[in-house]
Structure formats: structure tokens, C-alpha cells
Design a protein around this ligand. Sequence first.
Ligand code: ZN
Length: 355
Amino acid sequence: MTQIPVYYSDRLGSFDFGPEHPFRGSRFKKFIKLLDKAEILHKCNLISPIQAIDDDLLLAHNLDYLNLVAKLRETGGWLTMDTPVTAGSNDAQRLVSGSGLQACKLLLDGNEKIAHTFGGLHHAGADYGEGFCHYNDVAIAAKSLTERRGLERVMIVDTDAHQGNGTMDIFYHDPQVLFISIHQDPHTLYPGKGFVWETGSDEGEGFTVNIPMPPFSGNKQYARAINEIINPIAREFKPQFCIRNGGSDPFYADELTMLGLDYDGLYMVSNMVREIAMETSGNLLDMMLSGYGDLVIYGWLAQFCGVNNLDVNYKSFSPPPPHRHSSSSENTLDRATESMLTALKRELGQYWTCF
Ligand SMILES: [Zn+2]
């Protein structure tokens, strides 16, 4: 068996916004230690990332914005209240962006089918940064495939709890990149975007798909949404390359969100995306970055096992799961999901024959 490529360096630890901020850089090293404890690390090939250069960043961002970020890096400052630009966090985001490019090249040119980066900076747009993100590594990777390698159909599946507004904006007019985001209902969570009627525009009409899940949605509702929306649309689109923007924040105990996946749910979602990718493009670049609280790395472990189909008892390496607080019954969630899916299929039916 070939080793699983994982783009990692201790330098990622400088992706840290300080003790008062929910995003801390200690998560990366802790996760590598957890992979070791779970006896997975020896199956991985840790590859050192190389920083993206300005030419790479220009794939997704405009020059004025890059100049602004460069200036803030020197002087110190904030893109938004929750998104400081420090030298350390900025260098680390260049590393994250560079690793996405390296992974794309590896999957296109090598024998590997799956690669992992610690990425998913999906809140940065062409001329803005927010939500802890300076550069959009997801968009940079996808653009490298269409603009540098001539691919015509790239699919991004964003399963982070927050909608990927930056990625959506960058590809809103682009029919070559199918962007599918499954996230917590934007009425109830930042960035307040990703409604069913946001489906792309101009030539890109129909190539943006938003699946807003009711708060507290758990494994059952997610399985249904993936089976009824992502699966058929991926088969109709026939991507040449698949990118998954994952992360632990759809976990029910996440401190910033209100979704309902447990560890098995995080495994399931990742395993379903794996299956779709393997049966369509035959490759998958998997990115993980998000999650807030002490349990982030355990959610990552479940996802890593799901993406690679590893037969590992991932829960046995996690602390006992906390008590679940949910204000919605399964019946209420089923009805809310049904009504969202009906509305979404009505929108998508204008563009896709599978609906
Ligand atoms: Zn998130």
C-alpha cells in the first residue's frame, strides 16, 4: 500500500491569533501526535509545504488586495475584527496555499489518488479577507487546475459548518468549477450567505449549489442531503478533479456552531465524499482546518479515517463525548430538511436533469 500524502510542517503552528482567539496554531502538531497514537502516522508520507508566491495568490486574488495584506503584515493590523494579519499567521497561510498547489500537482502527475492539506481558507474572496482567512487556498488550488493545467470540470465540496462565501464569490460566474457547500442555515450563522437560491450567475448559473442545513442537523439529515443532492449532481457534472473543504466545526460540541454531527457523522460525511470522488474523478484533495474547542483534532481523526476508508476505532482515541444539547426533535429536523431539499431541488431543476 502506498503511503497517504499529508502536507505538514511544524511551521504551520504560527497560524495562531493569540490566546483570546478561537483559532490556535497548536492543533496541527497535536493532530500529528494523535495520528501517531492511533497508529496511522506510519501509513502517512509527511511532505513539507512550500509557501505560495504572489503569482500563485494572484490566481484567486487581485493585486490591490495582496498589496493591502502585505502592508498589514509589516505594520500589523486587521482585515476584519476577528482576522488579524501577523507575520506568523500570514506566513502560515502562504504555506497552506502552497501545499494545496503541491497536492494538485501530485494528484495530477503521480500515482496517488488522495492527498491531505491543512487548508480550507474559504472566507477570503478576490479582494477581501475575513473569517480568519487571508488567502483562499481552496480557490487557488482550483484555479491552478483550470488556468494552469487546462482542466474543464473541477468540483469543490465544502462540508465546513460555515458557508464558503469567499470560494463562492470567486467562482460565482465560472461554469468550470462546481461549488457545492453544505452548511448551517445562514439565518443562524456567519457568514449569513449560502441560501438555496444562490445558484451562480451568467455562464456560472447552476454551478453554485448551497445546502443550508437546519440547526442541530445530525448524521441522518446529512446522509439524506448528500445522497439526494451532492451524489446525483456530481455524477451529472463528471468532475475531473475533486476538492473537499472539510473541518471539525459541524461537530455537535463545536463551540462556534450549532450542528449535530457526532464522530461517526464526521466519518460518514467524509467517507461519502470519498466514494463520490473515487467514482467520478478518481482523485480527492482533502483539506481540514476548522473546528473550535478542545475536541477539534478528534473530529479531524474521524474525517481522516473516513476519507481513507481506514478501519480504525477512532472514537477510542477521543475523550468521552460531551452531553448533547439539542432543542430540535428528530421529527422536526426531518421535516425542516425535507422542506429545504424540496426548495433546493426546485432551484437546481432549472439546470440539472437529475432533479
Ligand atoms: Zn467553519
